[in-house]
Every structure is written in structure tokens, then in C-alpha cells.
Design a protein around this ligand. Structure first.
Ligand code: 5GP
Length: 227
């Protein structure tokens, strides 16, 4: 009866550093390996011990990044806490054309740039349960210097006020519960009427007529049931 658009959905997930969006996204990808793809950004920041080049990010120098900007390689890019981060354009287009949903794990400025370019994209904000949790998580990561942690916390604090620019907000208190919620949002989005390409009648009018005129279908059997 309905034909849905067969292009994938562009999903933007942002969160302040330490809100646990990486774990939420890993959980989502674990549950749907076929139809969900996480875009790999390019960055000029130094790899951390837990980074895997080509998987968590493509790492390039500042100069290489600036060359890529000139070549129009990015859908969007930003300078965040002193480093460049950018979303490659081509790979995303290919996945969406194949009907695969694409997740961009990006910060707010980049997300708002995408909103201008692709207003129909889905914007989800992952919120930490409290500021104290955020500080604890940032400290426990042991990946940044004290100065960087303070800078990240200040950025995070400002970012929390931007939540109303998103379509959905999910508090990451209990991880599995947060993953369930994001998964439900993605399912619901698939049912939106603006993802319908065509509404059609799946049975010929004559066949419907025959069904309605079927002799087993006796008007008397309805008597008393309809006023
Ligand atoms: P981190 O250094 O912790 O890996 O990332 C810092 C911030 O940059 C995070 O909020 C992350 O979501 C964001 N980020 C990662 N890739 C991109 C990107 O391609 N574009 C933008 N705008 N932000 C990104």
C-alpha cells in the first residue's frame, strides 16, 4: 500500500565529551550490523592510545587537512579544542544511496552546519545524567592532560545548552536503556510519513468489488450490529 523511500537516513549524534556517546553508538552498531554505518571522520588531532587509525578516525596532519578542505572533500568540518575534525562527503553519499543509515558522531557546530545542508536529517543529543558524572568520566578516561580536560569540560558545559536544537535527547544514565531509546527513535523515524514515496492500491478495483459482492457476505448477518 505504501512505498517508502529506499535511501538511508542520515543520523547525527552529538554529546558533550564524556557523555558516553561512543558506547551508545557501539551498542547500536552491535545490534544492527547490516543497515547502520558509522562514518569515519578525518582529524588533525594526535591519536590516543585507544584510537585505531582508519577505524576511529583517519589521522592527517594540519597541512593535509587544509589541503582536503581546498579539494572540497568534506561535507562539513570544524576546529574543535584546537584540532580539525571533518566529515568526508563521498562515502556518506554512497552508503545513503545503498539504503544504509549513516551515523555521524560530531560536535554541535558541525551538526548545525549539516542541519542547513540536510534539514531532513535526524538529530539526537546524548546527555550525561549530571555534570558531576561528566567530570568523573572525563578524568577516568586518562587520555587527556589536565588542561585539556578542563577545556573539554568548559566546552561540554556550553554544549549542554544547545540541546533544544536537536530532535531528540536521550540521557545516558544506564547504557543499555540509552541504546534501547536511540534504537526506538530510529525505528519510529522509519515510519514517518515524509519517508513515503508513493501510496498505491495493491488490489484492482474489480477484485475489491467482487470481494464486497461475495454471496457469503450476507447483509442480514450484520443486522442488529449496525444502526
Ligand atoms: P574527540 O577528540 O573526543 O575524538 O572528539 C572531539 C569532538 O569532535 C567530539 O564531540 C566529536 O563528536 C567531534 N567530531 C568528531 N568527528 C567530527 C567531524 O567530522 N566533524 C565535526 N564537526 N565534529 C567531529
Amino acid at each position: 500500500m505504501i512505498k517508502r523511500k529506499n535511501t538511508g537516513q542520515l543520523i547525527i549524534i552529538s554529546a558533550p565529551s564524556g557523555a558516553g556517546k561512543g558506547s551508545v553508538i557501539s551498542g547500536l552498531l552491535e545490534r544492527d550490523k547490516k543497515n547502520l554505518w558509522l562514518s569515519v571522520s578525518t582529524t588533525s588531532r594526535q591519536p590516543r592510545s585507544n584510537d585505531i587509525p582508519g577505524v576511529t578516525y583517519n589521522f592527517v596532519s594540519k597541512e593535509e587537512f587544509e589541503k582536503l578542505i581546498e579539494e572540497d572533500y568534506f561535507l562539513e568540518y570544524t576546529n574543535y579544542v584546537g584540532n580539525y575534525y571533518g566529515t568526508p562527503k563521498q562515502a556518506i553519499k554512497e552508503k545513503l544511496d545503498q539504503g544504509i543509515d549513516v551515523i555521524l558522531e560530531i560536535e554541535i557546530e558541525g551538526a548545525m552546519n549539516i542541519k542547513k545542508l540536510v534539514p531532513e536529517a535526524l538529530f539526537i543529543f546524548i546527555m550525561p545524567p549530571s555534570l558531576k558524572t561528566l567530570v568523573t568520566r572525563l578524568k577516568n578516561r586518562k587520555t587527556d592532560s589536565k588542561d585539556k580536560i578542563i577545556e573539554r569540560f568548559h566546552t561540554a558545559y556550553k554544549e549542554i545548552n544547545e540541546v533544544t536544537k536537536y530532535n531528540y535527547v536521550v540521557v545516558n544514565d544506564e547504557l543499555e536503556d540509552a541504546i534501547d531509546k536511540v534504537e526506538s527513535i530510529l525505528k519510529a523515524e522509519k515510519c514517518r510519513v515524509d519517508r513515503i514515496e508513493e501510496v498505491y492500491l495493491d488490489t484492482k478495483e474489480e477484485e475489491i468489488h467482487e470481494l464486497l459482492m461475495d454471496e457469503d457476505f450476507d447483509n442480514d448477518s450484520l443486522s442488529g450490529k449496525i444502526d
